[in-house]
Design a protein around this ligand. Structure first.
Ligand code: FMN
Length: 206
């Protein structure tokens, strides 16, 4: 097991992958078992994933992603979605607390109503922001968990959203947060790490 600092320093956005490194569903499952521990607003767990290993579907996604070769050479393409209507799952998500006796019926009703009315009062733009905000936090967890299990990744936004939506028949309640390609990095294609601003340029202390 690596240390967290090593893991963060070693993660790079892969510019290409070594072909023919299949990833099993069991391995993806192990990664997602870590991903599920990500934080989310009101614990609504807005993130939803589609993991694509099928070569024919990957080929279509490759075309939709401006023919970025890493889509083809990847072991899996991961589409990260954010559920704009996740707040309607509050009753189900909180029911465990009631069953375990952590909250009583009245507290449970209050929690559910509080969450639903918070989201309903804020409207569609907020729902979309929440889908992307919470989906992005989850996506970062995915990339770190994958790295821990020996898989490299590249987060990607260079693709036609409508095309990807069509190829995968994505429900309109989901916002497409990003694509992540996953595989074994072709180290020979790696470029030096891009410039990073010094801390004092991106942090203000008050
Ligand atoms: C939201 C997002 C979208 C990105 N889209 C692409 C992309 O479409 N294609 C690509 O090659 N890299 C993409 N990247 C990777 C960035 O170029 C990369 O993270 C950045 O250059 C820093 O490199 P590093 O992650 O290796 O430190 C994206 C990264 C993020 C966070």
């Amino acid at each position: 097991m690596s240390s967290f600092l090593e893991l963060v320093r070693d993660r790079r956005s892969a510019s290409n992958f070594l072909p023919n490194n299949p990833i099993s569903e069991e391995q993806l499952q192990e990664i997602f078992e870590i991903v599920k521990l990500s934080p989310s607003a009101y614990n609504l767990q807005h993130a939803h994933y589609i993991a694509i290993r099928n070569p024919d579907v990957k080929e279509k996604l490759y075309v939709a992603a401006n023919k970025q070769y890493k889509v083809l050479s990847s072991s899996a393409v991961i589409i990260v979605l954010g559920d704009k209507k996740a707040f309607y799952d509050a009753a189900t998500i909180y029911s465990g607390l009631k069953l375990l006796g952590i909250v009583d019926e009245q507290e449970y009703e209050y929690m559910v109503n509080d969450t639903v009315s918070f989201y309903e009062s804020r409207g569609d733009v907020f729902h979309k922001e929440e889908a992307i905000r919470n989906g992005s936090i989850s996506a970062m967890m995915f990339m770190l968990a994958a790295k821990e299990y020996g898989w490299d990744s590249c987060p990607m936004i260079g693709f036609d959203q409508d095309e990807v939506r069509k190829i995968l028949s994505i429900d309109p309640k989901y916002e497409i947060v990003m694509m992540i390609t996953l595989g074994k990095e072709k180290i020979a294609s790696r470029k030096p790490r891009g410039y990073r601003k010094p801390v004092n340029e991106f942090v203000s202390y008050i």
